[in-house]
Design a protein around this ligand. Structure first.
Ligand SMILES: Nc1ncnc2c1ncn2[C@@H]1O[C@H](COP(=O)(O)OP(=O)(O)OP(=O)(O)O)[C@@H](O)[C@H]1O
Length: 223
């Protein structure tokens, strides 16, 4: 469950125009929402807030049944973030690590046994079509391969919440469709999924409710 009540977020501590203003919305556990809006509307900023990389300047924010504020201890935020899978627009892989080690990161943070990690990572990399690229250094990957590695890393630990920022823009259509089908399936099994996109064709393929953001405000919610 995600719940925002009158949440605003300013880049600077006190003054300055809020990047996100007065957002109130609820997404139930297992809900899927498209996050839409023009470039610069605040979609990435909202995803950063939901990923607890930034914290609300005002209002109240609840993610996976935890209330989050500027007073939340860092260790609590880190634990919460481990329950969230995020596909960043620019992937944010560790360039010096192999594909497998990038994808293993969330499982290592959970202190899972290494043999289990190897199996899980192999399986998910095979699923995204990178079964033959396991030991390649991330800095040597193409854009599409980087995006698929980032997707694998975001879902390998079966998070309760998946956030994805334009997760298919470097993918070929069949891969994009496969990913969407997975997101749809994960949401029907209880994972909350929020996907920012400009891609109308994707939305038509998986018709789900949308959140429209404009100039940092939630201007519309469609079913
Ligand atoms: N690092 C930054 N420093 C200052 N302003 C920023 C920074 N990143 C984004 N902004 C501003 O914050 C606002 C929201 O940007 P954000 O990236 O969240 O929008 P977006 O809807 O994700 O856009 P896009 O669809 O182009 O990715 C915009 O006005 C943008 O110019």
């Amino acid at each position: 469950m995600i719940r925002l009540q009158n949440v605003s977020w300013r880049r600077e501590r006190k003054n300055g125009t809020p990047v996100l203003s007065n957002l109130t919305l609820t997404v139930p556990q297992g809900g899927f929402r498209w996050l839409l809006g023009p470039s610069g509307a605040g979609k990435t900023s909202l995803l950063s807030l939901l990923h607890v990389e930034s914290l609300p300047s005002d209002g109240s924010l609840e993610i996976l049944n935890k209330t989050v504020s500027v007073d939340t201890p860092r260790a609590t935020l880190m634990r919460l973030r481990q329950r969230i899978g995020m596909v960043h627009q620019n992937y944010r892989l560790m360039p010096g690590l192999s594909v497998a080690d990038n994808v293993a990161l969330p499982l290592r943070l959970q202190h899972r046994p290494e043999d289990e990690i190897t199996d899980e990572v192999q399986a998910i990399l095979k699923w995204v079509g990178l079964g033959e690229r396991v030991n390649v250094q991330a800095s040597r990957l193409s854009g599409g391969e980087q995006q698929r590695t980032a997707i694998a890393r975001a879902i390998v630990h079966r998070p309760g919440l998946i956030l994805a920022d334009e997760p298919t823009n470097a993918l070929e259509e069949p891969q994009a469709h496969k990913l969407l089908d997975l997101f749809g399936e994960l949401s029907s099994m209880g994972t909350t999924v929020i996907v920012a996109t400009h891609n109308e064709a994707l939305i038509r393929r998986l018709p789900r409710p949308s959140l429209y953001v404009e100039r940092g405000r939630l201007v519309r919610e469609d079913d």
